[in-house]
Every structure is written in C-alpha cells, then in structure tokens.
Write a protein that binds this ligand. Structure first.
Ligand code: 5GP
Length: 189
C-alpha cells in the first residue's frame, strides 16, 4: 500500500480536495501580522530568517507589508526523506546563513509547524550564536501534531491535521505558486 502519485504535469486541481484558506484571508491575516511585528520591533534592527523553500512566499508577502526597515537571510534545512510526507529522520542544515546574528533581533519566518522537530532543531542551533532575541513567525500551525514544545510568537492560522499545499507549500515540489492554501485529496496523502 502506498499513496497515489500526483501527476506534476497536470493542474493543481486534480489533487485538490478543497480550498482551506483563500487568497483574501491570507493577505488580510499577513497584513495584521506585519502590523503587529511593526509595533513589537519598533526602534529595533530586525533580521527575518526564512527557511527555504516553503517559507519564501510567506516571507515575500510579509516583508512587503512591513514598514519597519529590516534585513533578510535564508537557510535551508532538510528533514523529510524523498517522497515522504511526514517527519522522519533528523533535520540537517543544507544551506546556512550569510549574516552574523550575534546580538541581533532575529525573527524566524516559517510556512508551517507540524511536529515542531525542524523548528526546535533550528532554534537550538541559532541560539548557540547568541542573538539578542529569537522568535518564530509561522503562517500555519498544526497544533495537534506537535511532538516537541514550540510556541511561535506569531501564528497566522491554526489548521487541522491535513496535508496542505500552495502559498509556498509543495506537493512533490510543485504547486508552491498557488495564492491560496488547499487540502490534498485523501488518496494522495
Ligand atoms: P515539522 O518538523 O514541524 O514536523 O515539519 C515542518 C516541515 O514539514 C515544514 O517546514 C514543511 O516543509 C513540512 N510540512 C509539514 N506539514 C506539511 C503540509 O501539510 N504540507 C506541506 N507541503 N509540507 C508540510
């Protein structure tokens, strides 16, 4: 028994169960989050760190709604085996930051927190570099799936335990460009 394979040559619609969060709802919530970050970090020198690749769409929308001046940097962490759609194995740093974060106010921007294992690993690693502050801003939170104790400071939406895609999140590396969040049909999960 395995999951059915998606056909990446087909439109995203063939594997869409339903739209969970519309483009309008995403943009409205991201604007609210940006306003909150503007208030919380006023007068400070913020650096946003995006974990590739899923977080990139959220980052680019969030940063364009911030009025606070800020820097960005990227890192890439692999945590999932090829073709697997659930956490397995230890995370690994594939691409590290260019910026020295010692003494800096750092906000980690992530697409989704599921078990929390990836974020927990990244937070521990970044904390050894002694930033002035280190907080998490996550668009989607699958709270029920948490295996380690992670409490993001900013959460866009709490979502049920379903495999979602769009807005940076992939199905087998495609459909990241969709402006909404969809739920994958059960036969593909
Ligand atoms: P965690 O370590 O919290 O279990 O996993 C976090 C990572 O798993 C996310 O950054 C994301 O890459 C992936 N992930 C978890 N749930 C989903 C999901 O529903 N859809 C997609 N596309 N990726 C997911």
């Amino acid at each position: 028994m395995g999951m059915a394979k998606i056909n990446p040559a087909l439109s995203y619609e063939h594997c869409l169960d339903y739209v969970l969060i519309t483009e309008e709802a995403l943009q409205k919530r991201i604007a609210e989050m940006a306003a909150q970050i503007d208030r919380d970090y006023a007068g400070r020198q913020l650096i946003l760190i995006c974990i590739l690749r899923g977080g990139v769409v959220f980052l680019t929308d969030l940063m364009r709604k911030l009025t606070l001046s800020h820097q960005i940097d990227f890192m890439s962490v692999s945590s999932y085996g090829v073709g697997a759609r659930s956490s397995n194995g230890a995370p690994r740093i594939v691409l590290d930051l260019n910026t020295d974060i010692r003494g800096r106010d750092v906000l980690l921007v992530e697409d989704i927190v599921d078990s929390g294992i990836t974020l927990d690993y990244v937070l521990r690693m970044l904390n050894t570099r002694e930033p002035a502050s280190l907080e998490v801003c996550v668009l989607l939170d699958k709270e029920d799936r948490r295996k380690v104790d992670i409490t993001p400071r900013y959460v866009g939406f709490k979502i049920p335990n379903e495999y979602v895609y769009g807005f940076g999140l992939d199905v087998d590396e495609v459909y990241r460009n969709l402006p909404f969040i969809g739920v994958l049909k059960a036969e593909y999960q």
